[in-house]
Design a protein around this ligand. Sequence first.
Ligand code: KIV
Length: 281
Amino acid sequence: MKSKRTTAPSIIARKNTGKKIVALTAYDYAFARILDPTGIDIILVGDSLGMVCLGYENTLPVTMEDMIAHTRSVKRGNTQALLVGDLPFMSYQVSVEQAVSNAGRLIQEGLADAVKLEGGTCEVDKVSAIVRAGIPVMGHIGLTPQSVHQMGGYPVQGKHYSSARQIKQDAKALQKAGAFSIVLEGIPGALAQEITDEIKIPTIGIGAGAHCDGQILVLHDLLGMNLDFCPKFVKQYANLGEQIQSAVENYISEVQSGVFPGSEHTYNQKETSLRQVEEAG
Ligand code: KIV
C-alpha cells in the first residue's frame, strides 16, 4: 500500500526509473474499494465501460453523463491512485471549446484527476487547450476503439512503415502538446519500444509488448469475467466469471434443497415463538 496519492507529475517522474507504472480500468465504487489497498498507480474509468458494464457492441454510445456517473462512483472508493476519466466519442472531436468544456466536466462533476482522449496529431489542438486549462491529459494512440468503423474492426495498427511512422509522429505531437503520458494500444512491441525510447513522457501499453513504461488492462479481462472472448494480449489472473456462476448455482441448489438458510443464518427469538405466545393467550 502506498502512503501518498499518485499525481500526473509523479507519473511523469517515473520515466526512466525502472519502476513500471501499473494501471487498470474500474467502473464503480465496489471495485475501486477492492483496488484501493493494492497500490495500483492509475485507475482509468475507460469508455470500455460501454462494452464491459453497459452491454453495448462498441464504445460509441457512451455519453458524458455515463462517464461522469461512473467516474464519481470510482472516486468514492479510491484514495490513492491517479483517477483518469475517459472522454467519450463525440465529446471532444467537434471543437477545442467542446473538448475543454467536457474535460472540465469530468474534473468538476466526475471528480477525476486527469482525462484521456483518443487521437494523435489530429487532436493536439484539443490536448494543448485542455492542458492550458490546468487539466492533465493522457493521450491514446495506435488502435483507438472510437475509430472502430474507420478501422473496420480492431486490427493491430502500425504493422507497416507508413502507419508506424504516423504513430510515432502522433506520440511526439502529443508530448509537444503537453500530455503527461500516452496509452499505446494494439501496436507491435518493437514500435512501442522505439516510441518509449524516443519520448520523455511515459508510455502505457495495452497489447503493445513489454517495453512500455507501464501497462494497463481492462479489469474485467484480467479477472476472467468475460466468458465469451479473451484477446491475445490479455492475461487472466483469475477466473471470476466461472467462480461467480458456480457460486450462484450452489446458492440456487441450496435454496431449493433447504440447506440455505441454515440455523447459523437465522435470528433467534429471545424466549418463545410468537405462535406459542398466541396459543397460550
Ligand atoms: O476505455 C478503455 O478502457 C481504454 C483502455 C483499454 C486503455 O481506453
